[in-house]
Design a protein around this ligand. Sequence first.
Ligand SMILES: C[S@@+](CC[C@H](N)C(=O)[O-])C[C@H]1O[C@@H](n2cnc3c(N)ncnc32)[C@H](O)[C@@H]1O
Length: 374
Amino acid sequence: MGRQTEPSAHNDPRKYGNIHDTVFFYTGSKKGYTWNPQYTPYTREYIDSEWTELPNGRFFKGENMLDPRGSMASFDFMGTTARWRTNHDGMMELWNAPQTNVPNSHGRVLLRRDGKPRKRCRIVFLDELPGVSLQSWWGDITPLAGGSDERLGYPTQKPLALLERIINASSNPNDIILDAFCGCGTALVAAQNLSRQWIGIDISPTACRVMAKRLKDACNMRESEAGHRKHDTSSFIVRDLPWTIDKLRKIPHFEFENWAVIALGGIPNAVQVGDMGIDGRIFPVGTKPADQHSMFAGDWFPVQVKQQDKVGRPDIDAFEAVMERENRQRGFFVAFGFSSDAEGECAAFHKRSGRLIKLITVQEILDEQHVQKM
Ligand SMILES: C[S@@+](CC[C@H](N)C(=O)[O-])C[C@H]1O[C@@H](n2cnc3c(N)ncnc32)[C@H](O)[C@@H]1O
């Protein structure tokens, strides 16, 4: 039975409470796209008001044979193409089907005593209809509540039913579904449940770990390179999961610099030598892209990266000189670890100059803890 849930209320100060999400629908071409109509169940109120229940629990009603467009003017009826016309007293009558073929009221046509069909003569059973064709307002899928079994704790997780509906409408079994921002993998689970192939991408290693666990728990899948090569549909691989501390220690220094600067959301230096003590720059959100590439861009923060276990005071001293030369209020220093001297020096520098050096460890980046320091 259909259930339109009560919409929740949202108190947005000084504007209408925002209680909906918008799903954008795009197609590659006007014609060549998959479209499988979706339906929602009828509401209890509608069934009670329009349908009659039979002793066997089925609901039926009588409908006109002729609809206003005449599409029911002829139809296949017990092996005969039957036609209907309106007789002098406004009743529909069957005029080219042999009388012997006209069923009694236990069949699909309700007849009058005289054997002619009644006006609303065609019997329709509720359980043979697909439901209400889905409209652009979806009130039957609720946001994930805090206590929901489906909830994994991923902040932007979407309901599985939502993704299943979208995938059902726009693809067929064995098609490939791509979710390039797949978070905790709701679209992947939906695609797997619906026998589609899928590819998921997410920039966050945490998301990748959460989605891999979810595919194992919810879909009983295995993480296996071998199974994947054999097109085993119950296995998947997590590819290019970025870095481990071990791997980061071994990669070439310039690659390590790039990795660290990009992980902080910055832009690495194009030139590896003569960087004047700056390995990359972070531009605050809102800086115009054109400005970002200008050496003279007003607002940016320098990043210094060392592929070392314990960065000490001399390196911090050198970075302080860079901050003063460039007149920067804030800068970031990335390494595997820092000595207590280094930390003390940053505090002293802040006291003397008001400038702030944030020390960020590789482990903090891998654990996504660095964001709080930014
Ligand atoms: C709104 S969430 C998706 C939630 C998902 N529908 C679910 O149910 O879990 C968006 C995701 O996009 C990821 N993301 C952001 N920027 C990205 C990028 N440039 N490339 C890939 N993923 C990115 C984020 O890490 C986040 O997990």
